[in-house]
Design a protein around this ligand. Structure first.
Ligand code: 5GP
Ligand code: ZN
Length: 113
């Protein structure tokens, strides 16, 4: 499959890894929108939020456990952070491999849209 994030998981495209286990990979965003900006992705290819279902939602739950762990490791758990997944055109999704942005390290715009 011609998917940028599948290639990053496979090591075909370099990335700055911050976490990896059997089902999840996390790496620094190439174009950070905050001082801390990490992308957390399932190793299994899922296009977007639209494709989360009872068969694959365990990995999504696990991603949120990883997000909480990474927030502590990156020392943004006390100051606060945001976890975002853009789905589709109106949200500005550009990579169609499900991913969760972990953003923090500075105050962010409270407006969500
Ligand atoms: P989206 O806009 O789909 O929610 O988020 C895609 C994110 O992937 C963007 O924040 C973008 O900066 C990031 N990104 C795109 N290409 C690469 C890449 O090759 N490496 C890394 N580390 N991040 C990327
Ligand atoms: Zn993929």
């Amino acid at each position: 499959m011609d998917c940028l994030f599948c290639k990053i998981i496979a090591g075909e495209i370099p990335s700055t890894k911050v976490y990896e286990d059997e089902t999840v990979y996390a790496f620094k965003d190439i174009s950070p929108m905050a001082k801390v900006h990490v992308l957390i992705i399932p190793k299994q290819h899922i296009d977007s939020m639209n494709d989360i279902n009872s068969e694959n939602s365990a990995v999504v739950a696990h991603i949120f456990e990883v997000a909480a762990e990474l927030a502590k490791k990156l020392e943004i758990d006390k100051t606060g952070y945001r976890v975002v997944s853009n789905c589709g055109k109106d949200a500005g999704q550009t990579v169609f491999h499900l991913h969760f942005h972990l953003l923090g390290g500075e105050e962010m715009n409270p407006r969500m849209a």
